[in-house]
Design a protein around this ligand. Structure first.
Ligand code: ZN
Length: 273
């Protein structure tokens, strides 16, 4: 579905498990229409990718015109589908340089699918990004903001067209000041600094990896998280949300059957544990 449209450019949401747009295990996936040439922002879980393909069709997007697949980080619900989409579109894959090993060797060690013997296909990363990198797609350019926090390889992507200032925030910032999964390994000082910097971009549209997207006053949502992270520890952790794709797998074994079916179709090898 088209969610932003101005000056010959657009953003479509084509995947998102939490919003019922594609398979339950998918992160949000967006298409940036840069004037007839497209970028796919995040690739989803790779389980039933045909659901995303249907959404592309419905929106009149020719997958062959997707020139770039941008990954906000290497977590499986965003990146496991990358192998499928790289092959299906011939697009170049771009991710933070710290995400490369996970993607090229499918190192999703904590992945529930792997524990059930369901493998994943590796994908090559064509472009290694770092903070300040710029990615050209058609007539638009995206600025890469390394946002260490939710994961060490997280990036946010900023672009603008017409009156829109657009922040693809991955799992770094969610609407209403939400944040991605954190653990004992999280570097909270770096996470806080990442969020603080994002405030400077004064985004109108906040397009995150989960939960609802925000089309106006997006920066108010970023500021909420900045404020929360600058306060007491309990303000942060008390609002932690479950990591939905994993939660769903844990509560609905039928989703493993979807994964097995998709792995068989794409010839993904069995996981070695
Ligand atoms: Zn994540």
């Amino acid at each position: 579905m088209k969610i932003l449209d101005e000056a010959g450019f657009a953003v479509h949401m084509v995947g998102g498990g939490g919003m019922g747009v594609s398979h339950q295990t998918d992160s949000h996936t967006y298409i940036l229409d840069a004037g007839g040439e497209y970028a796919l922002i995040d690739a989803g879980s790779g389980i039933k990718p045909e659901m995303i393909r249907k959404n592309l069709e419905r929106d009149g997007i020719d997958p062959a015109r997707i020139s770039t697949i941008l990954l906000t980080h290497s977590h499986w619900d965003h990146a496991r589908g990358c192998a499928f989409w790289r092959q299906a579109t011939g697009a170049k894959v771009a991710a933070h340089e710290d995400a490369v090993e996970t993607l090229e060797k499918t190192l999703w060690s904590d992945l529930h699918l792997a524990q059930h013997g369901i493998g994943a296909s590796e994908t090559k990363v064509d472009t290694r990004l770092r903070d300040g990198s710029r990615v050209k797609v058609g007539k638009l350019e995206l600025e890469v903001l390394h946002s260490h926090g939710h994961s060490p390889d997280s990036i946010c992507l900023f672009t603008s067209f017409g009156s829109h200032r657009i922040l693809f925030s991955g799992d770094t910032v969610f609407a209403e000041g939400g944040h991605g999964t954190v653990s004992a390994d999280t570097d909270f000082k770096k996470y806080r600094a990442s969020v603080k910097r994002l405030v400077q971009y004064n985004a109108t549209a906040l397009l995150p990896g989960h939960r609802q997207f925000v089309l106006a006053d997006g920066n108010e949502h970023v500021k909420l998280l900045d404020k929360k992270m600058s306060g007491r520890w309990t303000d942060v952790v008390a609002t932690r949300v479950p990591f939905f794709p994993t939660w769903w797998l844990e509560h609905n074994p039928a989703l493993y059957d979807d994964a097995r079916e998709s792995a068989a179709l794409t010839g993904a090898p069995l996981a070695s544990k």
